[in-house]
Design a protein around this ligand. Sequence first.
Ligand SMILES: [Zn+2]
Length: 284
Amino acid sequence: MKWQGRRQSSNVSDRRGSGGVRRGASVGGAGLIIMLLISLIFGGPEAALETLGTVTQQSQQQTEYIESPEDEARAEFVSVVLADTEDVWNGIFSDYGYDYEEPTLVMYHDYVTSACGGASSEVGPFYCPADKTVYIDLDFFEELETKFGASGDFAMAYVISHEVGHHVQNLLGVMEQMQEIRAKVSQTEYNKYSVRLELQADYLAGVWAKGVADKGYLEIGDIDEAINAAEAVGDDAIQKAARGYVVPDSFTHGTSEQRSYWFAKGFETGNLDSWDTFNTNEGF
Ligand SMILES: [Zn+2]
């Protein structure tokens, strides 16, 4: 992706310097579960439950943060991608007669607190609907390549735009509907909705990629990188790697095939017309 020297978003909150303060987190009680709708690129609501909770202790181990050249480039890249999501989504929302409220993006290292609770890097990039903010540990760039085998800058661009996709869902009322559903159905049933929610975010990431392509910022191989990343974070791929077998009932994000399918569909369409992953059998 052509990103160097381009406009950076002013909605970035840089908290990398506070990463030296590590807080002990414990899983909270049932009352805390309300904001579980945090959506991760991998893992799932259950994973969020395990990793997010009340901050109980605070140990002050402030270490001085020194930005490496690599980290600086990643920070700039993330800021440019966020700016691109603003341009694309402002345009699409206005096409449909809506106002786009731009999200905040927090970049951090190791540990972060959000309105959805505290999270350590293991959670992966996530979106918190309560504070309309995307959280990204910049070290995830490396993890994406080493742990998931998804290399290339556009793999990371896909991850960011997927999280911004959750923000778009939040603005358009999808998150609220999910919360209502969660209160009514069993976990297995809810997982099916979760898959559709995640595939919709993948579709929205594809829509964004189309916007970037139209502006002439794509390079050869970018879309392949995104599709490869979407496949790499499929539930089946992750479960197979972790346990050697898959449990479809526990899927929360969709299979590799579904994820890349919906990303590609969003890229083809470039708008919200075919975004309804909830009322379709396509790709299921
Ligand atoms: Zn997600």
